[in-house]
Design a binder for this molecule. Structure first.
Ligand SMILES: [Zn+2]
Length: 396
C-alpha cells in the first residue's frame, strides 16, 4: 500500500455572504477531490493544540504525527534546517527579518519585499559588524540569526505589530544581560544598514529600505524521531515553503524539489503531481503541500481562493488520480482554517477525508466543512494521532 497526503494550506473556511452562504470549498468545482470524498471517510482534526499559535509549522508538525506540545521549539530552527544550517546542541536560531524602520516604528515587516540578490551585501555587512552570533542569508527578507542558546527569551513577530513602536516590542525580558546585548545589536543594525549603498539605491528609487533587522521565532533544534523509525515506512515531502521542508528534514523525509514550485497560483501544479508519482516508486508515503490556497486566503480574496482550489483539483489531484496505477490510500485536508473573513489562521478543527480508490465510505457527497460535519463518521481527534490512523490498514 502507498499513501498520499494532499495538504491544501489554509483551505478550510467559514460560510461567506458573497458566496451565498457557501464556503470556498463548497463553491469551488472540484470533481476529483469530491470523487475521493465519495469513496472515503471523514472527520475533524485538532491540528493546533489549545494555547499554541495557529501557525503552519505547528499544524503540519501535528499532521505528520508529532505532538507540537512536545516537539515544537520554534520557527527559526525549522527554517535553519531548510537552509542547510545545522544547529549545535547549545545553539538557537532566530528568524531575522529585514524590516523598514521609520520614526521609531515598524513601517514594513518585509523591507519592501527586498530581493535575495540585494540582501547578500547586507548580510555580509551585519556579519562584519556584529560578533554576537552569525547571520545567514535566506529568501528575500526572511533570513536567519544563530547564537549560543539564551534562556527564556520573548520575541514578537514584526507583522503582528506593524506600525508599533520599536522600543515597545524589542526582545524581552529587558533586564537580562544577554537580551540587552541582543537589543543593542538590533538597534545598532540601523547605523550599519541605512547608509549601505543597496539601501541608498532603494530609497532613491522610492522603495522601502532594509534599514533594520528584527529577531523572532527563536528556538533550539527539535529532537524529532524519524518518520521511518516511528512508522517503519519511507516518506517524502513536496512543498515550496521553507517551514514545511524544515519539518520534513527533521522527520527524515526525502525532500523533493519541483522546478517552478512558487507557493502561489502560478505554481507548477503538474510538476508536483508527477514528482509525487515518481517518488512513490521509491517511498511509501508522500506529503504534498500546496501553499497557494493560503496565500489567497491571507489576501482576503474569495474568488482567488476558489480558483486556487480548482487548479489544485484539476491540475494536481486530477493528474495524480489519472496516473496512479498502484494500491493507494489518499487523504485530503488543510493544516488549519484561514478564513477569508479573518485573513489569518484560526484554530478550528479541520475537516479531512481518507479515501481508497475502491473503498466503501461514509456516503459523503463531496468534500467540504459541512459535508464532513454532517456525514463523516470519524469524529474529532487530536492532529498528531492522524498519521498513525491514516497508515493503519483498517481504514476504508
Ligand atoms: Zn498553513
Amino acid at each position: 500500500m502507498k499513501y498520499i497526503i494532499l495538504l491544501g494550506d489554509g483551505m478550510a473556511d467559514y460560510p461567506l455572504g458573497e458566496l451565498g452562504g457557501r464556503t470556498p470549498l463548497e463553491a469551488a468545482k472540484k470533481p476529483n477531490i469530491d470523487s475521493l470524498a465519495r469513496n472515503g471517510v471523514g472527520g475533524f482534526l485538532q491540528t493546533i493544540p489549545s494555547g499554541m499559535g495557529a501557525g503552519s509549522d505547528v499544524a503540519n508538525l501535528s499532521i505528520l504525527g508529532y505532538d507540537p506540545k512536545s516537539y515544537y521549539t520554534g520557527r527559526g530552527p525549522l527554517e535553519a534546517a531548510s537552509m542547510g544550517v545545522k544547529l549545535e546542541k547549545d545553539e538557537m536560531a532566530f528568524r531575522c527579518n529585514f524590516i523598514t524602520e521609520k520614526d521609531g516604528r515598524i513601517e514594513d515587516y518585509s523591507a519592501g519585499h527586498i530581493t535575495s540578490e540585494e540582501t547578500k551585501g547586507l548580510i555580509d555587512a551585519l556579519n562584519e559588524n556584529f560578533d554576537l552570533g552569525r547571520f545567514y542569508r535566506g529568501v528575500r527578507y526572511r533570513n536567519l540569526f544563530v547564537i549560543k542558546s539564551l534562556q527564556e527569551v520573548e520575541t514578537t513577530p514584526p507583522h503582528d505589530v506593524l506600525g508599533g513602536r520599536i522600543s515597545e516590542h524589542l526582545v524581552k525580558p529587558s533586564k537580562s544581560k544577554d537580551v540587552t546585548r541582543l537589543n543593542e545589536m538590533i538597534l545598532g543594525s540601523k547605523s550599519v544598514l541605512e547608509n549601505h549603498p543597496i539601501n541608498r539605491k532603494r530609497v532613491k528609487e522610492g522603495r522601502n529600505p532594509a534599514n533594520m533587522i528584527w529577531l523572532w521565532g527563536q528556538g533550539v533544534a527539535p529532537s524529532i524521531e524519524p518518520f521511518s523509525k516511528s512508522h517503519g515506512l519511507k516518506g517524502a515531502v513536496i512543498s515550496a515553503v521553507d517551514l514545511i521542508k524544515g519539518i520534513g528534514i527533521y522527520a527524515g523525509l526525502d525532500l523533493i524539489e519541483v522546478p517552478n514550485a512558487t507557493g502561489l497560483i502560478d505554481t507548477n501544479w503538474e510538476g508536483k503531481a508527477d514528482s509525487a508519482i515518481e517518488a512513490l516508486e521509491r517511498v511509501d508515503m508522500v506529503y504534498l503541500h500546496v501553499e497557494a490556497i493560503d496565500e489567497a486566503s491571507h489576501a482576503g480574496d474569495a474568488e482567488l481562493k476558489i480558483r486556487a482550489i480548482e487548479e489544485f483539483d484539476k491540475r494536481l489531484v486530477g493528474r495524480l488520480l489519472k496516473n496512479i496505477d498502484f494500491n493507494c490510500r489518499i487523504a485530503v485536508l488543510p493544516d488549519h482554517y484561514t478564513p477569508i473573513s479573518l485573513k489569518t489562521h484560526s484554530s478550528d478543527p479541520v475537516p479531512y477525508i481518507i479515501s481508497t480508490l475502491d473503498g466503501e465510505g461514509d456516503g459523503l457527497r463531496s468534500y467540504s466543512e459541512k459535508e464532513v460535519q454532517e456525514r463523516g463518521s470519524l469524529g474529532i481527534r487530536e492532529g498528531h494521532k492522524f498519521m498513525e490512523y491514516f497508515l493503519t490498514d483498517s481504514v476504508g
